[in-house]
Write a protein that binds this ligand. Structure first.
Ligand SMILES: *[C@@H]1O[C@H](CO)[C@@H](O)[C@H](O)[C@H]1NC(C)=O
Ligand SMILES: [Zn+2]
Length: 329
């Protein structure tokens, strides 16, 4: 059994090497006149997160073997809570606008200074970018988008603030219209249902996404209108952070990343969400195992190999397979 398993692993890794050799040639689309380097990994097919380790070996190995990978489902027990008031956060406004780049894998705003100080450690803000849908799950539930503000310390340590972005309630976005509607409906509905989880559109996000269609082509960059950062900084400080030690959610998936997932919600209008979605497409790594648990790709590889061996051995000791459920559509 040991030998057969090893043979299976060798066969599997040979396939991976071939797969990665086939890449590299066509994975660097470069826009005409573009100035931004486009990433060679992706989110679907053979360049997607199931295969990141093989795309660049051994550099990306921890993507498949690491036991503190991100994102994760933010359920009780995987994080500790830090009050927003217990961190120091400053982000410089960008009155002349900021460079907003399409890296092929995300859209990213290059910031112009900012610091995060937690427990006497100071990190400098580098950039912020967006994932769609959210990468972290809020207690099992994905959100429309997630913003990552990436900070680095002088010792090259990384801290990230992750903030969920919801789709702004049309009524919340337009208070006047809401008031009018409630007068009209007052006679029909005595108590209008509360808008659960409603968020207001965040001016910073509306401003940034007002030009996202200008960078629809990977490798392109545009200057945003002036950006005021205090709105978001104030919201982050007024809420709490769910903190845990995880990883980059993109290759090389390096661990030791200080994650701060905010309990605050930012918002985008439905129109801005659609505009951003049409450019970003899909860029969310699948939720990883809880911190400290084996990497899901290791579990899956070992499980597949064991099942194949059992099948070759004639079914004795085969992994129990549940009867197929009736198909549903
Ligand atoms: C997650 O949901 C469960 C079940 O509703 C609840 O008991 C728990 O408090 C929630 N945890 C967080 C962190 O919101
Ligand atoms: Zn990110």
């Amino acid at each position: 059994m040991g030998l057969t398993l090893r043979a299976l692993f060798l066969a599997a890794s040979a396939t991976r090497v071939i797969a990665s050799c086939a890449h590299g040639t066509f994975l660097r689309p470069r826009a005409e006149g573009g100035t931004v380097e486009v990433a060679k990994f992706g989110y679907t097919g053979s360049i997607g997160p199931l295969n990141w380790a093989a795309l660049e070996s051994p550099a990306n190995g921890v993507c498949a073997t690491g036991t503190r990978q991100s994102p994760i489902d933010m359920v009780d027990g995987v994080f500790t809570v830090l009050q927003g008031a217990d961190i120091q956060l400053t982000v410089n406004d960008m009155p002349g606008g900021a460079d907003f780049e399409n890296l092929g894998t995300t859209v990213e705003v290059i910031t112009q200074g900012g610091t995060l100080t937690v427990a006497d450690k100071t990190f400098e803000l580098q950039q912020f970018h967006f994932h769609l849908p959210s990468e972290h799950l809020d207690n099992g539930t994905s959100q429309a988008m997630e913003m990552h503000m990436v900070f680095q310390s002088a010792a090259q340590e990384i801290a990230v603030i992750g903030t969920y972005i919801g789709i702004a309630d049309a009524a919340a976005a337009a208070p006047a219209a809401r008031a009018k509607r409630s007068r009209i409906s007052a006679r029909q509905e005595a108590t209008p249902p509360p808008a659960t989880g409603a968020v207001k559109a965040t001016t910073l996000l509306e401003t940034i996404f007002s030009v996202v269609d200008k960078i629809a082509v990977p490798g392109t960059v545009v200057k945003t209108p002036p950006l005021v950062m205090s709105e978001v900084v104030d919201v982050l400080k007024a809420n709490a952070f769910q903190i845990y030690s995880g990883s980059l959610t993109t290759p090389p998936c390096s661990e030791g990343v200080n994650w701060h997932v905010s309990t605050a919600r930012l918002g985008v209008t439905p129109a801005s969400f659609v505009k951003a979605r049409d450019v970003i497409g899909f860029n969310s790594r699948f939720p990883q195992n809880a911190p400290g648990e084996p990497n899901l790709l290791m579990i899956s590889t070992l499980g597949s190999a064991a099942a194949a061996v059992a099948a070759m051995a004639g079914g004795s000791g085969a992994v129990a397979v549940a009867p197929a459920p009736a198909p549903t559509v």
